[in-house]
Design a protein around this ligand. Structure first.
Ligand code: TMP
Length: 206
């Protein structure tokens, strides 16, 4: 049986990586085979593109979208699709919604660019479930800064991060069957419990 594809999305400092780890551990504890992965990255070439995207800039917005989708194509073709076909559950820290929120809502790249690249790169793949961790950008950026060194996106202004948050909320509102918005101001334990309850009710892992 095909595995399930779960993505975690949200702005900076929302706790996606922590929650991806907790969810992957919880599913594995139920005896399910799990791959935890991330974007940009998740395959050797995609990790190399990650270094480029998080370090150098500025980019033309369309070029930046193309780089994210080039990394994503590698990730999908080499890691995600083979894992799902082998019955493995894939827990992914960011996916295509991040490009829509950051590059289109945040940076103003036309939606048609995203639509075209998604059509080319994804072979129809879409997550079975997307968990959007929602947090005010002021708090998320403060959390990210407290972690230490910031990446190029984290250094973009508050207005940009407010548009990204609005973007994720709009994406979730447009696709309620796929997306759930969770309050990321809760404790890590509280968010983890809400995620597990959502996964159980939406995907019924054995
Ligand atoms: P993160 O792995 O720490 O979340 O960092 C990845 C950064 O890349 C984050 O600031 C969001 C950004 N990003 C985009 O702008 N577009 C994308 O498509 C993806 C996957 C990430």
């Amino acid at each position: 049986m095909r595995g399930r594809f779960i993505t975690l999305e949200g702005g900076e400092g929302a706790g996606k990586s922590t929650q991806a780890r907790r969810l992957a551990d919880a599913l594995a504890a139920q005896g399910l085979p799990v791959l935890r992965t991330r974007e940009p990255g998740g395959a050797p070439g995609a990790e190399a593109v990650r270094d480029v995207l998080l370090g150098a800039g500025p980019w033309d917005g369309v070029a930046e979208c193309m780089l994210h989708f080039a990394a994503r194509r590698e990730h999908v073709a080499r890691s995600i699709t083979p894992a799902l076909a082998a019955g493995i559950w894939v827990v992914c820290d960011r996916f295509a919604d991040s490009t829509l929120a950051y590059q289109c809502f945040g940076q103003g790249v036309p939606r048609a660019v995203w639509d075209g690249l998604a059509e080319i790169a994804l072979d129809g793949l879409r997550p079975d479930l997307t968990l959007v961790l929602d947090l005010a950008p002021e708090e998320g950026l403060a959390r990210a800064a407290a972690r230490g060194e910031t990446n190029r996106y984290e250094r973009m202004g508050l207005g940009f991060h407010a548009r990204v948050r609005d973007g994720f909320r709009a994406i979730a509102a447009a696709e309620p069957a796929r997306c759930t918005v969770l309050d990321a101001t809760d404790t890590p334990e509280g968010v983890a419990a809400a995620i597990l309850a959502t996964v159980r009710s939406r995907l019924s892992p054995s």
